[in-house]
Design a protein around this ligand. Sequence first.
Ligand SMILES: Cc1ncc(COP(=O)(O)O)c(C=O)c1O
Length: 403
Amino acid sequence: MILYKFYTNIYILFSIVLLMKKEKIESKEVLFRDSPPYPVEIINSEGSYLIGKDGKRYLDFMAGWCVGNAGWKKKEILNAIKNFKGPEYVLPNYIYKRWEDLATKIIDLLPKGEWTCFRATGGTEANEIALKMSRAYNKRKKFLAFKGAYHGQSIACLSLVKIPDHEEHFGKFSDDYLQINANDWENTTKEAVKIIKGGEISAFISEPIICNLGVIIPPKYFFDEIIKACKETNTLFICDEVATGFGRTGKWFGFEHYNLEPDIITIAKGFSSGYAAIGATIAKQNVAESMRFDFSNYSTFGWHPLSVEVAISNIDYIKNNKLVDKSNKNGQYLLEKLSEFCNAEGKGLCIGIKEIKKGVDLRCLKDGLIISIVEGRIVLFPPLDVSKDEIDKAVEIIRKNID
Ligand SMILES: Cc1ncc(COP(=O)(O)O)c(C=O)c1O
């Protein structure tokens, strides 16, 4: 009997393995996609263009969603990769001078004060570090954010914003995460101030200009009142500059439009202009002190030596080529041209178009222009040195396809 059961179990196990093998062979989806990709295979990039397998050149007005701020194939940044001599890797708890060099370079871009950097591989990790730090700083567990915005894919980052449907699939998120709406600013401001003044919120986190809701620009009084309430209650303000940083909005950082100073700033994307994977959390030193305990943070690939070289040369490239200025000027020109026929708003080259019809992204793609639609708005994030001719060409494609 025992022998019979043993052989039966072996038989079942063998059948399952065979079935799994067969399924794997038959399934074509070796790479998971949550939704179908756009029907273009990208094989290269150059300047403001992506090049498809069919040889067609696509005007890239997304730049990888605020990633390629410097533009593609810039030899100064590619040289940093070509000339990299090592070390191939440095264990995070050793000394590596280029980490200090990069940290100094970032801090030099910020308002004068005592800042310190934490190494990360991208935006989600940078925001996770910010949330952890905030909890360690004021020993509170609650966070406030804009509903439906975006700060990354970790459970904490998704809990912050409660994207519709997510709780249905992932289960209920913690009640420690509170949201406000990014509209009806007078009421939103009152509600947010009331929540913060309750004294239980660890931090309010937001993009300065909310790219992930289709480029929404909160009024100055909103941030003024939020910061005042935060100061009164020892609540932190985490400014997510992952998308808006490095010249995207016509300033080095989006918060400069509001003349305010965050307690923590998170960066990624334009930090390397997409030539390497890197992110950072930059905090006021008194806030960062709360992380001075064993194993408060660790990142195996945070600030990989090669990514550090890329980030340093990217910052130099943006400075030397006055790309922040260009973003401002090119953005004004693009906004003027768009305003002739549609309802556009934005800062620098961070632009959203309201009241659009479905399918405009695919129609534009067919005509050789890459754009995205989010929350019923077109978003445009071209490289910061996009030329006037390229802007004119993109505007004509949008004009033709918007209705
Ligand atoms: C504002 C913002 N924060 C955080 C993230 C997450 O960054 P990453 O994809 O590098 O983890 C994104 C990504 O789109 C973002 O736009």
